[in-house]
Design a protein around this ligand. Structure first.
Ligand code: UDP
Length: 350
């Protein structure tokens, strides 16, 4: 652990890391960095490095935690053993439980949880490198990851700490300022100034507190702009890719080439049978079902019934007429859906 510096701010008003009192550290935000999560964000706040992953809305396990009228929000803050100077003992401790609780509360009331009854929204944040202000950095990353997961929110949440060193208010404390300063006040707020997290360590006069709040508001506003920009940049790039891929040119280019040497097949024999089979294949039921199926509709009960109905009606009769062996379509479909349900359950059990 480094020793307490004699002075935190020099005679020119410059802090030990070269910043002025009202400046935040450099922020870097990357959206959608984890393919297995529904939403994710990697964020650097000065020397802090954090990764946030969001899953959900998804089934609640254990089930007794589920709420009939809204989604539950769970937030897990974890500091990697190698993230700090002295190795941190792995696993949850009092501090990480406290940080998780206040951070969950800071985000929960911005989420439209009432849209997803009986489900869970899970937020995981891993601190890979810590340098003071990890809870605020984690909140900033989690907020972006929630947006990336498409969770409907009233607004993003942006966070930043304000504190006091050398009897001066400073924005976004670094490690030395946090460890040896006179006060540390992490704050999270929405862009319209609603405070969703406010903690205080140390002492401030009411006047200092008021002034500090204004400084923090400006810091959070800057963070908000960066979060917003990161999301816009990420999604505008994604849209470009989709638009490019769907132009007629690309579709033509991507289409497989027609084989030139097609060996002729003698179809004179068994013509009748072939025709019959062709007829039965002409049903187009499977195709129709596929075409009408909207992406992501597999779970809808109505669709499942429709699929089964269309496969059974008429088509099986035609197959029977043709003398072909009739596959037990309905049964197979049931089995298939049964398997899907099971595999979904397995996934959600993970
Ligand atoms: N810290 C540490 N070991 C720990 C917990 C914290 O070295 O077990 C350091 C870490 O750099 C952290 C800083 O102390 O960022 C300040 O911790 P605090 O509890 O104030 O939370 P934070 O400011 O990170 O939100």
């Amino acid at each position: 652990m480094t020793d307490k510096p004699e002075k935190f701010i020099d005679e020119n008003g410059i802090r030990s890391d070269g910043r002025r009192a009202n400046e935040i550290r450099d922020v870097k935000i990357e959206v959608g960095v984890l393919s297995r999560a529904d939403g994710s964000c990697y964020l650097e706040f000065g020397k802090n490095k954090v990764m946030a992953a969001v899953y959900g809305p998804r089934e609640v396990h254990p089930r007794h935690q589920q709420k009939s009228n809204r989604a539950i929000v769970r937030y897990k803050y974890n500091m990697a053993s190698f993230s700090v100077e002295d190795r941190k003992r792995p696993g949850p401790d009092r501090r990480s439980i406290e940080v998780s609780k206040v951070s969950r509360e800071a985000l929960e009331n911005q989420i439209f949880t009432e849209y997803f009854p009986k489900s869970a929204i899970d937020i995981f944040v891993e601190v890979l490198q810590a340098d003071a202000g990890t809870r605020t950095a984690a909140l900033n990353a989690a907020s972006v990851a929630l947006a990336d997961a498409g969770i409907p929110m009233r607004s993003l949440v942006s966070a930043c700490a304000v504190g006091k060193v050398d009897d001066t208010l400073v924005l976004d404390l670094n490690k030395n300022e946090d460890n040896y300063g006179q006060a540390d006040v992490p704050i999270a707020m929405t862009p319209d100034g609603k405070i969703t997290l406010l903690q205080m360590d140390g002492h401030l006069t009411p006047e200092e507190f008021k002034q500090g709040l204004e400084m923090a508001q400006e810091g959070c506003r800057q963070v908000y702009e960066l979060q917003r920009k990161a999301l816009i940049d990420y999604y505008s790039k994604k849209t470009e890719v989709v638009t490019e891929a769907t132009t007629a040119e690309d579709v033509k280019k991507d289409a497989p080439e027609e084989p030139e040497d097609v060996t002729p097949v003698d179809v004179t024999e068994d013509t009748e049978e072939t025709e019959k089979i062709d007829d039965t294949n002409e049903i187009g039921v499977t195709k129709e079902t596929d075409d009408t199926k909207e992406p992501g509709d597999t779970k809808a009960t109505g669709d499942t019934e429709e699929t089964e109905d269309t496969v059974k009606t008429g088509d099986v009769e035609e197959l029977e007429d043709s003398g072909e062996e009739v596959p037990e379509t309905g049964k197979n479909a049931d089995e298939t859906y049964g398997q899907m349900d099971e595999s979904e359950e397995e996934t959600s059990n993970e």
